[in-house]
Design a protein. Structure first.
Length: 288
């Protein structure tokens, strides 16, 4: 494990995620956050557009406000749990790598201690990404505004070629900075500065970690999805054998509820695997 081998990193990440069940609670929130970040959110706007202002009455306005407050509270609690979980996973995986046994209570304590610095690092990271995209896209958008479509397309190609490796570098920077902040108990600015120095000459290793973490999470999701589909198919076969297909809808609802815990476990293992690969990768590189 002293070399950055993609397959060894995937194997180690899967091993830690499979055997460290006390980390699954935190892995669930990290895995859920990764899934949310990898998808676009366009349905909410289109759904909201279907409601006309004249459809709202006093009661519906109060209901909408109550729902909005609950949603905001839920989003706030999720982000708190996400950053708590991110810190807990980094500490927990490090303990497993050292041969120690992590605990849920210890993970919660470690996560709370580091959630603030991880939040600040994430804010700086997203601000850097947003600023970079604005700078790279501005010339093309400017030409589009003046109906110079051909020039906009020509400029968009090199901008995209620059954006992909640059955004990947920022992602590595943030991932290493998070582990430096937690494992070395540093402030956000110090962790980011050290991560920039740490990343120098290690871009290829960081790219390997991105590939390993992505493949590791994909393996978990595909294997888990295949298991869920097999279970669902088994239920359908049993229903047809018993001749109770007329009650399929209630059974499907109950079956879906029964499979939800398995889906939660898949998300938890995928999040734990991804965090484990990055943490082990940082530890291995720090030794060299």
């Amino acid at each position: 494990m002293e070399t950055m081998n993609i397959f060894e990193m995937i194997k180690e990440g899967l091993r830690i995620a499979r055997t460290s069940r006390k980390l699954w609670l935190y892995g669930f929130f990290v895995g859920l956050g990764t899934m949310a970040n990898s998808r676009g959110h366009t349905h909410g706007a289109s759904a909201a557009a279907r409601f006309a202002p004249h459809t709202f009455t006093g009661g519906t306005v109060l209901l909408a406000i109550a729902i909005a407050i609950l949603l905001l509270a839920g989003i706030f609690m999720y982000f708190v749990m996400y950053f708590v979980s991110a810190g807990a996973l980094i500490e927990g995986v490090t303990q497993v790598h050292r041969g120690q046994l992590p605990t849920v209570r210890g993970g919660w304590r470690d996560g709370l201690a580091h959630c603030g610095v991880l939040f600040r690092i994430a804010v700086i990271y997203f601000a850097m990404c947003a600023g970079s995209l604005v700078v790279l896209a501005a010339p093309s958008l400017l030409f589009l505004k003046f109906a110079a479509t051909a020039l906009a397309a020509i400029i968009a190609v090199p901008a995209a070629l620059i954006a992909v490796p640059w955004l990947a570098t920022l992602y590595m920077w943030q991932a290493f900075a998070s582990r430096i902040a937690v494992l070395e108990n540093r402030r956000a600015r110090d962790a980011l500065l050290k991560a920039r120095l740490f990343l120098h000459g290690r871009l290829l290793d960081g790219l390997k970690l991105i590939i390993a973490a992505t493949l590791g999470r994909l393996i978990v999701v595909l294997a888990g999805t295949a298991g869920l589909l097999a279970a669902a198919l088994f239920v359908v076969v049993v229903l047809k054998t018993l001749g109770v297909t007329h009650a399929a809808l209630p059974v499907i609802v109950l079956g879906t509820m029964a499979l939800l815990p398995a889906a939660f476990i898949i998300i938890a293992i995928s999040g734990t695997t991804q965090s484990s690969i990055w943490t082990i990768g940082y530890i291995v590189q720090r030794r060299q």
